[in-house]
Design a protein around this ligand. Structure first.
Ligand SMILES: Nc1ncnc2c1ncn2[C@@H]1O[C@H](COP(=O)(O)OP(=O)(O)OP(=O)(O)O)[C@@H](O)[C@H]1O
Ligand SMILES: N[C@@H](CCS)C(=O)O
Length: 919
């Protein structure tokens, strides 16, 4: 019923409300829909029976503006007595009255042109642009503009650029250089990383190509620094092996998400060393580098200075005091931290408390560069996103102080000075230089982009989340200003806030969130993920990921709104006109519609240009909604059976809807490129037919007269709530908790299965390549092969981690049992569906078995070692074991957990007594 409401009833009601003189067909359409509702209510108290359901709320909200508007109730509603009874009853309900209060309109009207209550109920995305009162009919100028663009818009598009893989700036064109923050290789990227940087930049880059801007989008992995070193220690690999492994994983995840980098590189290259060292020496020659002795944390147990992420402790910022802050930055308050200021610091590797020791480092003199930085920021930051401006402004509240550029680490670009040869550059000096070195790897002429000729203007757009802002607005620009060689400084910095998961920030190092590989494993197409992430992009405040909302957006926006409109329009054309799109010779009311659509296209371009990708998407959805309403109000299925005039009118309606589908296909391509590609096939057009003129954005006649479309196919499918519930349970908690839950057997099984699948897929690819040279045919299969290989790497490393887990200590397993018990309790409390929690019960039993085995081992070890021990040793062991038993008994009533420890204690006591007697 909700689908019916969104696609039939709602467009009909909206059309009636928005039209001063509704046609007879429109009135008939509305009446037909209301008859359906009235008949249902004649049989039951509510729409679906005797119980109130979501269908009642949706339909009631849609009918509300008709019923309570004096002018509309009489002509349209008076005859429907059952609807009247039901509307009044619901209106009296307390919850509904509360909801009406939140909506600022009066329950008695007057009603705005488009009712907020008349649109689907996901406020943050689907409401029409601007406040309802602002929506008014098109002006004469808008209609004139619509005519001009409809007739001549295609001719006015720029000549398409020559298709080249890697471009250099071109004189006389708009040259756009786009970067997204370079992700660390400390884990698989998560959905926060994806929307915060690579996907946002990709949507924007695709938009730029749509506008024929000469665009280069580069990114790559950020491979140096402690993030890599800590991961290497964690996985028992060298930093180089970690970089190689995670570079491949990132690359494959982004490919799956269809991120169209022009080049995806890495920072651990010779080009990086060369450029970073050269820039550093220039900065030093210009007098901006000075040595300074700093107190650093030294872990005596590990025999190393603990930089950044090697140390954790309590955040020193009063008002925060987060007890799990890292040595570089606090995840809770976002402030940068000097590691020695951490309260209760601990070495991340061994947990030991470090001591403070001096070490000489080289500092960039930000204080000297401060006036230039401030003046550059004040004249450029207007073009930055609110998050970028906010973070930067907060930083500039205090004077800038010198900042260390070097570190006592091994994994990084060596400092090119004799006395500092054992030190490397701080990763945040090094990382942004990665943009230059990656461009060098891509083009072999990075300076053409980064130090452009005067007559060849380049604009730099950078995408990241708020934590990266200080480095891109202050530290990196300071380096470039200090070097003073005409490097490009960021023009548009489109930073986001955070995407959160289960009430916290997604985190790679902590393994929190849904990761790229998880998204892939769900079987939900990458376009659905892209669409959902774009629609909740944290543009103005943090936003949260929700499985249920993913389903709602898919079902209501992609399926019911967009998919429904495109499929209906093209199917009408295929079935009634043998696929030949009827010529559109627009009449006055058609030009009104075209002018209203133009407003949305203008809104789309304006938002895109300002990096407001979520808002731009709303305009696309509005166009599709206008299309649905037009279809509903014109009713071509009736017109095509009528007089010659009616037939002509019906044909124009279908022609216009097909042209709208082409427009939607163009505007959607940056967000859902796979779907746009399929839709282009159905429309039977090439990608470069569907371009935009950003100077004069408008709905133009994309499909030439006489154009014949291909075969219409549905574009989206429904996501069922129970599937989403299962996914929610599957991806609850951290990666480690999930790995514990999944056990060894599963991992090894999937390695075998994956090896088999890879062999089969390899065979398929070989055969396909032998049979055709058409890359479009075999590329998807190659991608699938690469994806399987990547899954194999992950599965193999899981098996490794899990087999390490099998030799886990009793303490680790006890922790796992406790966590698993807790998880199970929560799951059982949240759902009665046994199929969701039974696997967790099995896993708990399995863990308990492993614990029992480990305890037996431990007992053997303890007792064997004990035989060679002194009375004093045994007394100590008895005391410790007694202590352990007490704590365990206090923490759980589960005898199976503490009984083995009691046995060990009794055994130790016996040995002690024996030895005492013997002595
Ligand atoms: N929750 C998030 N929402 C949006 N963007 C994010 C989020 N987390 C990280 N990013 C962005 O993703 C990019 C890569 O970040 P990074 O590799 O530091 O991931 P991370 O999860 O923050 O890692 P860690 O937890 O180890 O600090 C950066 O631009 C960062 O700002
Ligand atoms: N590796 C950094 C970004 C460098 S541009 C980060 O992920 O936060």
């Amino acid at each position: 019923m909700q689908e019916w409401e969104a696609t039939r009833l709602q467009p009909a009601v909206s059309a009636i409300i928005n039209t001063k003189t509704p046609t007879a067909e429109l009135k008939q359409s509305l009446e037909g829909n209301l008859v359906v509702v009235d008949q249902m209510l004649s049989k039951h108290k509510y729409i679906l029976g005797d119980k109130l359901s979501a269908a009642d709320i949706s339909i009631w909200s849609t009918i509300y503006p008709l019923y309570y508007n004096e002018d509309l109730r009489e002509p349209y509603m008076a005859q429907f007595k059952h609807i009247g009874r039901w509307v009044e009853e619901l209106a009296a309900a307390k919850a509904i009255q509360e909801a009406l209060k939140q909506w600022n309109g009066s329950p008695k009207g007057p009603f705005p042109a488009i009712s907020v209550l008349g649109t689907p109920q996901i406020a943050s995305i689907v409401s029409p642009i601007g406040s309802p009162e602002e929506v008014s009919g098109p002006t004469i100028e808008e209609i004139e503009g619509a005519k001009e663009n409809w007739l001549n818009g295609v001719k006015k598009l720029q000549a398409p650029l020559k298709e080249e893989k890697i471009v250099l700036p071109v004189k006389g064109r708009k040259n756009i250089l786009i970067t997204s923050a370079l992700p660390y290789v400390n884990n698989v990227p998560h959905l926060g990383n994806i929307i915060g940087c690579v996907l946002s930049a990709d949507i924007f880059a695709r938009y730029c190509r749509l506008c024929d801007y000469n665009t280069l989008y580069i990114c790559g992995t950020d491979e140096y620094g402690t993030a890599t070193e800590t991961k290497a220690i964690e996985e028992g690999l060298t930093p180089r092996q970690i970089c190689d492994k995670y570079f491949e994983i990132h690359n494959a995840v982004y490919r799956w998400f269809n991120i169209g980098f022009d080049y995806f590189g890495r920072t651990s290259t010779n080009e990086q060393t060369e450029i970073a060292q050269k820039m550093f020496l220039k900065l030093k020659d210009n007098g901006f580098i000075l040595p300074q002795s700093v107190d650093q944390l030294l872990c005596e147990k590990c025999d190393r200075f603990l930089a950044d992420r090697f140390v954790e402790g309590t955040c020193p910022h009063p008002g925060c005091l987060y007890d799990n802050a890292r040595g570089d930055q606090c995840d809770r308050c976002g402030k940068l931290i000097n590691a020695i200021e951490l309260i209760e610091p601990r070495c991340k590797v061994c947990g030991h408390k470090p001591t403070v020791k001096p070490s000489e480092q080289l500092f960039i003199q930000l204080n000297q560069l401060e006036p230039s930085i401030r003046s550059w920021i004040s004249s450029n930051s207007n073009n930055w996103s609110p998050a970028a401006r906010g973070v930067c402004r907060a930083w500039l509240r205090e004077p800038l102080r010198p900042r260390a550029l070097t570190r006592d680490l091994r994994w990084g670009v060596p400092v090119p000075l004799q006395n500092y040869a054992h030190k490397v550059f701080y990763v945040w000096f090094d990382a942004p230089i990665g943009y230059l070195s990656i461009t060098q790897n891509a083009t072999k002429q990075y300076e053409k982009w980064w130090r452009p000729d005067k007559d060849c203007e380049v604009k730099l757009y950078q995408f990241m989340a708020k934590d990266n802002v200080p480095f891109h607005t202050i530290m990196f620009p300071a380096t470039l200003i200090g070097i003073n060689e005409g490097h490009l400084l960021v023009n548009y910095l489109f930073a986001t806030e955070y995407l959160n998961y289960e009430e916290g920030k997604f985190s790679k190092s902590r393994g929190v969130g849904v990761f790229g590989t998880d998204a892939q494993d769900t079987g939900i197409p990458s376009d659905v993920w892209r669409f959902y992430l774009a629609s909740i992009r944290p543009e103005t405040s943090d936003s949260s990921f929700s499985w249920a909302e993913l389903g709602t957006r898919n079902n209501s926006e992609l399926l019911n709104n967009l998919g429904n409109f495109c499929h209906r329009s093209l199917s009408f054309c295929a079935n009634n006109f043998k696929g030949k799109v009827p010529d559109v010779n627009p009449g006055p009311s058609d030009y009104e519609l075209i002018a209203l659509v133009n407003r949305e296209v203008i809104g789309y371009v304006q938002n895109m240009e300002k990096g407001r990708l979520r808002d731009a998407l709303k305009h696309v959805l509005s166009i599709s909604r206008i299309g649905n309403q037009h279809m509903q109000s014109e009713q071509p299925w009736v017109l095509l059976k009528g007089s010659d005039d009616d037939k002509q009118r019906g044909a124009i309606a279908i022609g216009l809807c097909c042209q709208l589908v082409a427009l939607l296909c163009a505007l959607l391509a940056p967000y859902i490129p796979d779907t746009a590609r399929r839709l282009r096939q159905q429309l039977h057009v090439e990608a470069n037919t569907l371009r935009l003129n950003p100077e004069n954005p408008a709905f133009i006649q994309y499909l030439p007269n006489g154009h014949v479309i291909g075969k219409p196919e549905p574009l989206f499918s429904k996501l069922e709530p129970d599937v989403l519930e299962k996914l929610k349970a599957k991806y609850a908690g951290t990666q480690n908790e999930r790995a514990n839950v999944n056990g060894v057997a599963k991992g090894s099984q999937s390695v075998e299965a994956l090896e088999k699948a890879i062999a089969e897929q390899g065979d398929k690819v070989r055969k396909l390549k032998a049979s055709t040279k058409d890359k479009a045919v075999w590329q998807p299969e190659v991608d699938r092969l690469l994806e399987l290989k990547k899954q194999l790497v992950t599965a193999q490393s899981n098996v490794k981690t899990e087999s390490n887990a099998s030799s886990h200590s009793v303490a680790d397993l006890e922790k796992c049992v406790a966590e698993q018990g807790e998880k199970l309790r929560k799951l059982k409390a949240s759902t009665k569906d046994k199929s969701i929690w039974q696997p967790e019960v099995d896993r708990l039993l399995e863990l308990k078995k492993q614990l029992a085995a480990a305890q037996t081992n431990a007992q053997t070890n303890v007792t064997t070692n004990a035989s060679s021990k002194s009375v004093a040793d045994l007394e100590k062991a008895v005391a410790e074991q007694g202590d352990k038993v007490r704590k365990l008994k206090a923490s759980t009533k589960d005898k199976t957990v503490w009984q083995p420890e009691v046995k060990i204690l009794l055994d130790l006591k016996k040995q002690l007594a024996d030895l005492q007697i013997k002595n």
